[in-house]
Design a protein around this ligand. Structure first.
Ligand SMILES: NC(=O)c1ccc[n+]([C@@H]2O[C@H](COP(=O)([O-])OP(=O)(O)OC[C@H]3O[C@@H](n4cnc5c(N)ncnc54)[C@H](OP(=O)(O)O)[C@@H]3O)[C@@H](O)[C@H]2O)c1
Length: 248
C-alpha cells in the first residue's frame, strides 16, 4: 500500500537504520522511508527475510545486516557499519501476553532483554554517533502499553513504560546536542507479534475485541510524519490506535 502522506520535504541523502526490519511495522517503515527518498540499513535476525527486503527495494536502497540485538558484539558491529545514519528507528521488539502468574522467567527475560536492554544499547550507541555529528533523529517504537497497564500484558507494559522513559530522558538530555527523539506509540497492529501468545485467556480476549487492528503501513506513516518534521518542530509523541479502541 502506497503512503498517502504528502509533505514537500523528503529524505533524499539521508540514511536510516531500522531495527526489526524483517517483519511487521519495521518492514513497512523501510518501504515508507524509501518511498520518501531515504536509504536504509535494515536489521533483524532472519537473514532470508532481509534478503527478500533487498530483492524488493534493491541494493542501492537497502543494506541488510542480520543479527541478534541481544548480542553486544553484534550491536557493536552494526553500529560500526552505521556511522552515516541520521535516523534511527528503534523498533525491534517481542511480546508474550499471558496471565501474570503463567508467565515464565524466560518470557520475562526475553521481553526485558529485547524491548528494554537491547533497545537501550543500540540507541545509546547510535546517539553517540549522532551527537558527534551534531544532528540526528531517533524514533522509538513504544506502544499504548507505555501509558496503560492492562490484564495479560504485565511485563510487556513494563518494558514499554521503561522504553518510553528512556526516550524522554534521551530527549531532555540530548536536545541541546542537535538530536530529536520521537516516540511512536501504536495500539494493536496486525502483525505476527502475538503468535507466541497462545494462552486460552489471550485468545479469548483477542477474539472478543470490537475493532480492527491498525495496519503496519498506518504506523509507518506516523514514523514518516515524525522524521519529515520541519527543522524547528519536534514530534515528541505520536499515539495512534484503531478507531473504537480508546481506553476510558
Ligand atoms: N503489533 C502491535 O500490536 C504493536 C503495537 C504497539 C507497538 N508494537 C511494537 O512495534 C515493534 C514491532 O513489532 P511488530 O508488531 O512489527 O512485530 P513483528 O512483526 O513480530 O516484528 C518484530 C521485529 O523485531 C525483530 N526482533 C525481535 N527480536 C529481535 C532480536 N533479539 N534481535 C533482532 N531483531 C529482533 C524481528 O526480527 P527477527 O524475528 O528477524 O529477528 C522483527 O523484525 C515492537 O517493538 C512492538 O512492541 C507493536
Amino acid at each position: 500500500m502506497k503512503s498517502l502522506l504528502v509533505i514537500s520535504r523528503d529524505l533524499s541523502g539521508k540514511t536510516a537504520l531500522v531495527t526489526g526490519a524483517s517483519a511487521g511495522i519495521g518492514k513497512a517503515t523501510v518501504a515508507a522511508l524509501i518511498e520518501h527518498g531515504a536509504k536504509i540499513i535494515a536489521t533483524g535476525r532472519r537473514q532470508e527475510a532481509l534478503d527478500a527486503l533487498l530483492r524488493e527495494h534493491g541494493a542501492h536502497r537497502v543494506k541488510a545486516i542480520a543479527g541478534d540485538l541481544n548480542d553486544g558484539n553484534f550491536v557493536a558491529r552494526l553500529v560500526a557499519e552505521a556511522t552515516e545514519v541520521e535516523i534511527l528507528v528503534s523498533n525491534a521488539g517481542v511480546l508474550k501476553y499471558a496471565p501474570i502468574l503463567d508467565l515464565t522467567y524466560e518470557d520475562m527475560e526475553n521481553m526485558i532483554g529485547t524491548n528494554v536492554l537491547a533497545s537501550f544499547r543500540v540507541t545509546h550507541e547510535i546517539a553517540k554517533v549522532m551527537v558527534k555529528r551534531g544532528r540526528g533523529h531517533i524514533v522509538v517504537m513504544t506502544s499504548t502499553a507505555a501509558r496503560e497497564v492492562y490484564p495479560l500484558g504485565s511485563i510487556y507494559c513494563a518494558t514499554k513504560h521503561a522504553l518510553s522513559a528512556f526516550a524522554r530522558a534521551l530527549r531532555v538530555e540530548l536536545q541541546s546536542k542537535g538530536l530529536k527523539v520521537s516516540e511512536i506509540a501504536p495500539g494493536m497492529v496486525d502483525t505476527d507479534i502475538r503468535n507466541d501468545s497462545d494462552h486460552p485467556a489471550v485468545i479469548a480476549a483477542v477474539n472478543a475485541r470490537k475493532f480492527e487492528p491498525l495496519t503496519p503501513e498506518e504506523v509507518a506513516e506516523a514514523v514518516v510524519y515524525a522524521v519529515l518534521s520541519s527543522e524547528n518542530s519536534a514530534h515528541d509523541l505520536i499515539e495512534l490506535r484503531p478507531r473504537g479502541a480508546a481506553a476510558g
